[in-house]
Write a protein that binds this ligand. Sequence first.
Ligand SMILES: [Zn+2]
Length: 504
Amino acid sequence: MIASQRYQVVRGARLLDGISHDGAHGDLLIDGDEIREIGPPGLEAPADGLVIDAADQLLIPGLVNAHTHGDVSLAKGLGDRLSLELLLNASPLTSETFCLEDKYLAAKLAAAEMVLSGCTACYDLFSEFPMPSAEGLAAVGQGYADVGMRAVVAPLMADRNFWQAIPGLLEALPPKLRDEVDRSQSVPADAAIAACRQALKDWTIDRDQVRLALGPTIPHHCEPSFFRACRALADEFGAAIHTHVAESKVQAVVGMEKFGKTLTAHLDELGVIGPDFTAAHAVWIDDEDMRRLADRGASVAHNPTSNLRLGTGVAPVKAMLDVGLNVGVGTDASTCGDALNMFEAQRLANYLSRIHSPDPDTWLDAKTTLKLATTGSARGLGFGNLTGRLAPGFKADMVFLDLKKIQYVPFNNAVRQMVYQETGTAVHHVMIGGAFVVQAGELQTINYSALRADVARLNDRVHDESEMADALVRQLEGVVGDFCVALAQKPYHVHRFVGIQRDL
Ligand SMILES: [Zn+2]
C-alpha cells in the first residue's frame, strides 16, 4: 500500500524500538512507504509533507506474528480442554467446506484482528482442504493485501493424515471408525507440490507485501521424500519453509520411535533446515537441536499462549538465544492461542522464560522480549530487512500507542510499560507501508460492519455443514485421547543448559 502523499512527518511522538529508541521524543520522516529519517523534535521535512501530530503517543514498530493459521479464524471459542492431539483430531470440523470466497474471508478476518491489535505482519500457515490450490492461496493473499497487512502465506501440507501419522493409532480404533478416517486419505505429495509450484509461478501480489512459503506441517505427517520435494521447490523459487517441530511430547516420542533421532536431527538429515527455515514451537528440543538450528541460521517461532492452552510445555527460549538461535514470537491460531494478540503473546513469552530457573540472569527482560516480537519474528518471515525497526530504510510499519491510557499513567519506562502492561487497548493508529490501516481505533481499509455480516453468514453455513464431521470427531475423541495420553507418559530425555523440562 502506498500513501497518497509522498512525504509525511510524524511530530511530537515518543519513539521506541528496543534498539535505537527508548521512549525519548523524536520526529520521523516518511518517504512513500519507507522511513527516510529519524531525528530530534523539529526535524527538517519537505514543505509539502503531511504533518501527523503524535503528541501523547508512543510510536513502536508494528509487532510481527511469527506463527498463525488464518483458516481457523472463524473457530473462536469452539474447543475447551483440548490437547494438541485432540485439536488435530478435530481438524475435520474447521475449514473443510470452504470455497474460494470463504478462504478470502477467513484471511481477512484474521488480518483484521491482528492489525486492530497492533500487528503489521504475520506468517500464516493456511490450510486448504484437501490440498493447497493456486487459486486458494491467491485468495488468501488477496485477503491480507486488501486489509493492507504484510504476510507470508505457507500452505499447510501433509501426505499422511493425523491418524495415520501416529504409529498404532489406526489399529487402536474400532474397525468402523478406522474405515472412516482411512477414507479421509491425504493427498499425494506430487499433487500438493504441483499446486504450490503453480501458485508460486502465478503469484501477482507484491512480494514485499504478501509472499508465499511452504508449510509441510509436522515431520511425522510427511514422508521424507515430501520434505525433500519441498526443499527443492523452496530453493527453486526462493521460498521459505515452516514446520511444526517437537511441539508436544507425543510428537517428540513418536519422532524418536519412528526415526531413532530427534525431529530436528531428522529434518536436518533431509537437508530441510537452513536460513529460510522456521521451526514452530520447538518445545521438546535439546541442546544439540538448538545448536543445529542456530548453526544453520534457522528461526524458531515461539508460541507461548498456545503452548499453555494446549498443555504442550514451555520452550527453552533463553537457552535458544544463548546459542545464537533467532527466535520470533507468534500467537498461533484462534483454536489454540485464542486471541491473535501480539501484546499478550510477547508478555507471556517474557513471563514463561522465568520458570526454568530461579536465577533472574537467565530470564528475558522487556527489551529483549520486544526485539523477539519485532526483529526476531521479522527475520523468520524473511522480512528482516523490511520491517520490525524504527530506522531509516525500513518500511513505515508502525503502531501509535495512546499514552493517555491508564497503563501509561504515570509514564516511567516506555519498554517495560509497553511489554508488561499493554494489552492492545492503547492501539490508536496502525500504519503499514506509510498508509493508515487503522486510525483512531477504526479499520480504514475494509468495512468492519460488512466483514461482520459476511462472517456471520459463513459461520451459519459452516455450522450446518459440519454436523456429520462433528459426530465422527466425538466418536474418535475417547480413543485418540487415551492413546495419546499413554504416549505422552513415556519417558523422553531432554538435555538442557538452563533448568529442566517437566516430566523427564
Ligand atoms: Zn501451528
